[in-house]
Design a protein. Structure first.
Length: 486
């Protein structure tokens, strides 16, 4: 049995490849680091974490990036001797799109430094394709061709790359604008070779509720590509806004050693409209009827929370929840200081100062209901500290202490609870959340404050491309806070 989503908490834009008995999967991280987590599995049920592709901000420049900028939509393939991983570093404010290639002989041992591609190569969502003759191609999203009458907002283009330098040697070739006239955002292209056809699978409709998976095919890699008459092949947009699984799209295909085909994709779990978790990674079976078009979740046509699969009758444990931080690696903000407790060095920067890396370290929120309890001990020089549910630079809820005052507030300055608190000493801080509201508790010495159901979830939980993160934070010009789970 496969229990969906297989990677809980924000793990959007999955891409995968099978090599031998292992399947390797990578997802987006945007401005959070370490970037591009890689997981592997033998059975599609248990996923083990491997070293991330971008461990810190020494290999790419994250300065000036908002939380929802950064590392978009990777693509992973294998050329017979090494893994090839492509991705884009995005700065939407500057409209800059830096595509790059990383390689690895064994992802368990890490990845090469990025090889940058020319900025003229296109925009986002690059995925490699290795043809049967060994030639290397790159398919990605770009702006539409102005004279094309299709009316879509993006197009899918193809380049041939040198197999050693990865620099473009032929192209671009315009492959497709998507299946619908005027469709929003043709993106997430993947190329496959099967039964003498080149199969082009993309996402359409934007990454929100109208997201979908569509397909076209051609006898020649450069086209022309004919749209599948049954498009879209996968979507939940027709199920309405009350459907608990939303935004289904951005898929990738993989054939297992037993001959069966599977797809990974992104989708959001929503409860009472709450979007706190962001987009997660889901799996579903795919069937090919002869040389005809594929069927996603045959007989059902939609994602489900469980999928029949041999073995693993009970849900396997999720991979360990890794620490993340904005625009820099968590290790650069923390250190051990002669204590069993980890230490977060304070920084003077506000969270929306995208030129800096704030002292904020957190973990993905994996469920719509939960409780997080942290003990924080500040050092001298710390002016404010606390914990938060952080969705992005403009959407968060913070429980913090500053100058002997406790406050529970969101990014807009709405105050949901306050009180006097001793300015020093260990503070045990707790956030409890459900799809509707957030409660808070604080204890410093003998003083306890409680704010039951104080903050409405819809007052801050509007994640963009990333999802919600439970964070510890500290502000100041020196010192820091020790933090632990009591």
């Amino acid at each position: 049995m496969i229990f969906n989503p297989v990677l809980r908490g924000f793990h959007p834009d999955p891409s995968w490849v099978r090599v031998g008995e292992w399947t390797y999967l990578v997802t987006s991280t945007f401005a959070w680091l370490p970037g591009l987590p890689v997981y592997r599995s033998r059975d599609l049920c248990q996923w083990d974490p491997l070293p991330p592709v971008i461990p810190d901000n020494t290999v790419l420049d994250f300065r000036g990036l908002a939380c929802d900028d950064g590392l978009y939509a990777p693509g992973i393939r294998h050329d017979g001797r090494r893994f090839l991983l492509t991705c884009t570093l995005v700065d939407r404010r500057k409209q800059r799109f830096v595509n790059f290639v990383c390689t690895s002989v064994d992802p368990a041992e890490g990845w090469s430094r990025p090889v940058l591609l020319p900025e003229s190569i296109g925009r986002i969502d690059p995925t490699p394709f290795v043809d049967e003759d060994g030639s290397l191609w790159l398919v990605l999203n770009d702006l539409p061709v102005a004279e094309h009458a299709h009316g879509g907002t993006r197009s899918i283009q193809l380049w041939k790359l040198d197999t050693e330098t990865f620099q473009p040697i032929k192209g671009p070739y315009l492959l497709w604008h998507g299946s619908m006239v005027g469709a929003a955002t043709a993106e997430a292209p993947r190329l496959f070779r099967k039964d003498g056809w080149y199969w082009l699978m993309i996402a359409e409709g934007g990454t929100g509720p109208n997201h979908s998976v569509t397909m076209a095919r051609s006898r020649e890699i450069t086209g022309p590509y004919a749209s599948c008459p049954a498009n879209p092949l996968l979507t939940h947009r027709h199920l309405g806004r009350r459907e608990p699984i939303q935004c289904v799209g951005h898929a990738d295909l993989m054939q297992r050693a037993d001959g069966s085909w599977w797809a990974c994709c992104l989708a959001e779990r929503r409860v009472e409209g709450c979007r706190l978790l962001g987009r997660e990674t889901w799996l579903l079976p795919v069937a090919w009827e002869g040389s005809d078009w594929p069927l996603f979740a045959p007989g059902q046509g939609r994602l489900s929370s469980t999928v029949d699969f041999p073995g693993n009758p009970s849900a396997p444990p999720q991979p360990k929840n890794q620490w993340l931080s904005l625009r820099t690696a968590p290790e650069s903000l923390t250190e051990e200081v002669h204590s069993e407790k980890p230490f977060l060095r304070a920084q003077p920067h506000a969270w929306d100062d995208t030129e800096q890396a704030p002292a904020l370290i957190g973990q993905r929120i994996r469920e719509h209901e939960g409780r997080w309890r942290v003990e924080l001990t500040p050092e001298a020089g710390v002016t404010a500290y606390g914990i938060a549910i952080f969705c992005n630079d403009q959407e968060w809820l913070s429980l913090g202490i500053s100058g002997g005052k406790l406050s529970l507030m969101n990014a807009k300055g709405n105050l949901f609870g306050s009180g006097d608190i001793p300015p020093s000493g260990p503070a045990v801080m707790e956030l409890l959340w459900n799809p509707v509201s957030v409660s808070a508790r604080v204890r410093v010495g003998d003083i306890q404050l409680s704010f039951p159901d104080a903050a409405p979830m819809n007052g801050f939980a509007h994640p963009g491309f990333a999802g919600g993160v439970l964070a510890v934070w500290a502000r100041g010009t020196e010192g820091g806070v020790f933090y632990s789970s009591p």
